[in-house]
Design a protein around this ligand. Sequence first.
Ligand SMILES: Cc1cc2nc3c(=O)[nH]c(=O)nc-3n(C[C@H](O)[C@H](O)[C@H](O)COP(=O)(O)O)c2cc1C
Length: 389
Amino acid sequence: MPFDVTETDRLLSTTRAVRRRLDLERPVPAGVILDCIDVAEQAPTGGNQSSRRWLVVRDPETKAALAELYRSAGGNWISEAYAGVAGTGHHNEGALRSADHLARHLQDVPAIVLATIYGEHDGSGRPGLFDSVIQAAWSFCLALRSRGLGSAWTTLHMNEADRVAELLGIPDGVTQIVLLPVAWTVGDDFSPAPRRPARDITWFDHWGRTLERPGDGAPVHADGAGVTVEVDVDAPAADIWPYVADIELPARFSDEFRGAEWTSDERGVGATFLGRNRNERMGDWEVTCHVVDHEVDRVFAWNSADPEMPAAQWRLELIPLAGATRLRFSMVLGPGPSGLTAAIAAMPDKESKIVANRQKGQAANMRRCVEGIKALVEGADHDQQGDPA
Ligand SMILES: Cc1cc2nc3c(=O)[nH]c(=O)nc-3n(C[C@H](O)[C@H](O)[C@H](O)COP(=O)(O)O)c2cc1C
């Protein structure tokens, strides 16, 4: 019987980290937890071995001791971090508020479930052991949600894993993976979270190669082929932004882009600049670029040639991470005409190859650009700190 895809997708996309909406008063029958574990145990397991073990903590004193360990392992730090950003509109304020709430109320949750597995990671760098348990623990969360219960994936306790093991009698040779508070949820109207669309984070055939409108064959121009390169910079977004907004800067790193000058007085959306380029095959050319997105410390994007039917679409983004910033540089070919479409028109049977070559060349230049910005920003940072390097 086919699934109701709308319903299964709703389950998969609304199973949130529930912390402030856990019902701390309503008891959770053990039978419901066992049912959910039965569902979870259908998840794949390496070698088809049954090595997952689930620990359900309901005893109030044990829960209190476990909650205390959770707080000393990092929960208290979360609460301090929340106090520092409360009311500031910080991008992580909501998550920290919820995490703080859970840290303070973990002992009051009707049941705390630990997913564990026999074995210890071999330190090989391969997921190994963990990949036989994480998917089961997530299935458990989905099974809870479909029954009106909720949980939140937590791992802070791992900083005190030995003391947790001692408290619960977990033997040596067993690895704790996740600690899941379990309760009925207060209401069930959870929404999908804002996440990057698949097209932004899915590469086709080669790392970093994107397709906006993927067809079924080898990528062609009409597929909206593109490239994304990313680098993590050890600095806040505000320190990187001046480099990102400097239209001349990529000329220092690219073997094609020669420089640019502003052709409008304004600098925000609607501003224009003229970019100069040169490469072996196409010689010299100039193109007017139209700023289509401009948010200080966040995004600088422009379309070349025609803003509505661009020859190419370019985007530099700054994405805050814990303690660093991800610099993401992406471009999409087309959909408008360009030197590339002229080359394709001349050799239509080579279209996929031409597109792939263009992606390859752009990726190399864009990679040099983001690495160059990283070096400049991190170097500037070191100078300020008096680091001779
Ligand atoms: C590996 C991992 C570890 C996490 N550890 C904790 C934790 O220790 N405490 C906590 O409150 N939330 C923890 N979370 C939950 C995240 O904060 C949560 O997923 C995030 O805020 C996004 O919310 P969402 O899952 O509803 O989209 C963890 C999530 C993951 C994936």
